[in-house]
Design a protein around this ligand. Sequence first.
Ligand code: PLP
Length: 365
Amino acid sequence: MFEDTHDHHVLLTPGPTPIHPRAQQALMRGMLGHMDPEVFALNREIQADLRVMYGTEPEAFTALLAGTGSLGMEAGFANLVEKGDEILVCANGSFGRRMAEMAARYGAHVRLVTAPLGEAIKPEDVAAHLDGVAMVAVVHGETSTGVLNPVPEIARLVRGSGVLLTVDAVTTAGMEPFHMQDWGVDYAYTGAQKCLSAPPGLAPIAISERAFARYAARRTPTPLWYCDFEGLRDYWVEHTYHHTIPVNLHYAFHAALQAALEEGLDARKLRVQQLGQVITRTLAPLGFSHYVRRPEDRLPTVLALRLPTGMDDSAVRLALRAREISVTGGLGPTAGVIWRLGLMGEAARPAPYRALMVALQDLLG
Ligand code: PLP
């Protein structure tokens, strides 16, 4: 039976993150209907706050999809790709490969730009493959390896070429400034349960005017009815019924996003950077070291640490779990080689990491 309240669980995974107390509180509010004027007012505030979080044009369309980050990813390909389009996907980890698979399922001819595991995509490799491409897709922070891809540099190459740019901002937006308009990003998405510490189940998205123009010029209807851009606009702008939104998740998301913007995106970035440095310095004597070699390629929100020689990865993580501390290992080829410590949202606080340090000193020291 699932009885424990888990109120004291130390959740240090790269998502989901601990729910922000204000979001937790907001979940308790009474239910309203999805067509209620107060819910439309709440949605308008969410849209305005998302424009700030993503750094969009003043009138850009922002919304929440009723699903996780992967639905945000899928909605972009479903609306912006047509059969036979050439799509260039930067794939230097699991989530880049997920993008490539989705683009292919919507009929794209996928060109891949890759990099060795633990290394960032080189902008010049993107530049070399841009000819004839309809869209470039890149994961900003590759959670599977803790690598930060150079989105501003890639965007500079794509800008002005007529090629659309889709960015997976799952581990970055909300934890650091994101400059959709200045960089020239056309479609961006994240998951509520990552940098914002809201409950899982919502994907905040932002769509540029250029992306809407591409959508409007489609030869065929968007195959994914649920996330059709026009259907989303009908509900979020025209206030006509499309599907039933999860109102209680919107309450919580609104509270979490407001808390993030009140703290400030620059302040959040600094909080993560400083905590990351302390963790790395403290764990170094136990034998942990950076997995990503070049400092500029390191994703601040997912600290990828190579494990000490001889350490039994699963035994130590089980021992931590027995003490109510969850950490995540590597994925695929990095399983047993690294840990990925989440420094997003409410996970990026000194107290939970102090608990991890104390436990590890005890288990390994
Ligand atoms: N993109 C990245 C970079 C992620 O880290 C994740 C999840 O970890 C996803 C996409 C998929 O998000 P979700 O699991 O919320 O569907």
